[in-house]
Structures are given as C-alpha cells and as structure tokens.
Write a protein that binds this ligand. Structure first.
Ligand code: HEC
Ligand code: HEC
Length: 180
C-alpha cells in the first residue's frame, strides 16, 4: 500500500505522469494532492525527449511509464536492447543516451524491485507488485488474441497511454468492465 501511494505522489510531480489509485475510496485523498501540486511545465528539451521515448519505445508495444520500474531495471533493459525479448530494439548512440537518461530520471525510487525469480526485473508484469494487483485476472483473459500477454497493458487499461490505471477505466476484451 505505501509503495503505491509513494509511486502516485512521485508521479503527480510529473506532467503527464502516472495516476495510480489504490482503490476508489483513496481517490479523494489523491485528488487533493493533485489539486495542490502544480506540475512544472516541461521545457522544450524535456518535451522532445518524451516524444523520442514514445516513438522509439512505443513502436512495438505501448511506451511504458518509467515509474513502473527502478533505474537498475531500465539500465539492464538499455544494455540489452540488441536482444530485447527476442527482438532487436537497438538505438543510435545519441537516442540511446537521451532515453537512458529519461528513464533514469523518471524511474521508481524503489530500487528493490526484483522479478518473481529474484533477479533485477526487466518486466513490469513480473514484479511482485504487479503480480499481486493482477492475481484475480485469469489466464484466459490474458492469452486471448485481443490481449496476448500482460505486456499489452492498454488492451485492458483503456487510459494506459495517458498513464491512468484506475479500476473504473478497465475493460477486458470479451469480458467487459472489471467488477471487484
Ligand atoms: C522491435 C520491437 C520492440 C521495440 C522497439 C521495443 N520493444 Fe520492448 N518489448 C518487445 C517485445 C516483443 C516484448 C515482449 C512482449 C510480450 O511479452 O508480449 C517487449 C517487452 C518489454 C517490456 C516488458 C513488458 C512487461 O511484460 O512488463 C519492457 C519493460 C520493454 N519492452 C521496454 C522497452 C523499452 C524501454 C524500449 C525502448 C528502448 C522498448 N521496449 C522497445 C519489443 C520491442
Ligand atoms: C488482461 C487485462 C489486463 C492487462 C493486460 C493488464 N492489466 Fe493491469 N489490471 C487489470 C485488472 C482487471 C486490474 C484490477 C484487478 C483487481 O482489482 O483485482 C488491474 C490492476 C492494475 C493496477 C492497479 C490499479 C488500481 O487502481 O489498483 C495497475 C497499476 C495496473 N493494473 C497496471 C498494469 C500495467 C502497467 C500493465 C501492463 C504492463 C497491465 N496492468 C496489464 C487488468 C489488466
């Protein structure tokens, strides 16, 4: 619980950040923070880097919000782009550097994130936090052709591209809304 709250408060400081709500009765509390925190407008440089990240890391799947993993996870990903989940996602040197810095500066402050096998997590979907949040989602919901894998956040989270994962925005293909 504390982890989710920290993540969302950190995210609120970023324009276009991730809005996470632990559950609906927590929302008011978060919206209070949201209305009192004035996000610093992005500089043209920051805007360009965000656009670069969205283009390059959003070409095969959605551009995941950096807040879902700590810096060391992103560093590991950036070191192994030539063999990235069976694909080659290499970048030229200057784009590589910009994206690595972008990920590092927006990463989760929780550096302890390991995957379910105990290694530095490469996948958001294999972190203990993610697994816990999705424990009631059945295998069939995930493996159906309209979703394919948990990596397709935006197949179920209709506002994921905007960084919002509220429960009331979830629509699972062929199942509909998520009712707890
Ligand atoms: C050439 C295609 C391609 C590009 C470009 C690409 N990826 Fe991926 N990525 C993949 C594939 C394929 C997977 C595995 C998807 C699955 O399991 O369904 C993946 C998975 C991931 C995951 C794990 C998702 C999960 O399950 O939690 C992360 C994190 C990730 N990519 C980050 C990045 C970053 C950062 C970049 C930009 C530097 C990037 N990707 C660019 C193909 C790509
Ligand atoms: C098959 C559909 C599906 C996919 C794909 C999926 N999720 Fe979810 N997600 C859910 C459902 C359903 C819940 C609510 C589970 C519950 O309340 O028991 C949820 C909950 C969450 C929550 C907690 C939200 C809250 O308000 O408590 C977060 C954060 C989240 N997902 C992020 C992600 C991310 C990031 C990805 C991709 C890496 C992803 N999800 C992929 C269905 C999905």
């Amino acid at each position: 619980m504390t982890k989710i709250v920290n993540l969302s408060i950190a995210a609120l400081l970023l324009a276009g950040g991730v809005y996470l709500y632990a559950d609906d009765d927590k929302r008011e509390e978060h919206e209070h923070h949201r209305s009192t925190v004035v996000a610093k407008p992005l500089t043209p440089q920051e805007k360009a880097t965000t656009a670069l990240y969205t283009k390059e890391c959003g070409a095969c799947h959605m551009a995941y919000q950096p807040q879902f993993l700590p810096k060391r996870s992103w560093d590991k990903t950036m070191k192994t782009l030539d063999n990235h989940f069976g694909t080659d996602a290499s970048l030229d040197q200057s784009d590589h550097k910009s994206i690595q810095n972008y990920l590092a500066s927006h990463a989760s402050k929780n550096d302890q994130v390991v995957d379910v096998r105990g290694a530095v997590a490469l996948r958001i979907s294999e972190t203990p936090y993610f697994v816990r949040e999705h424990r009631e989602v059945t295998k069939k919901m995930v493996t159906q052709p309209e979703v394919k894998s948990f990596a397709n956040c935006n197949a179920c989270h209709t506002q994921a591209l905007k960084g919002s994962y509220r429960e009331r925005e979830i629509r699972i293909p062929n199942y509909g809304r998520w009712e707890d």
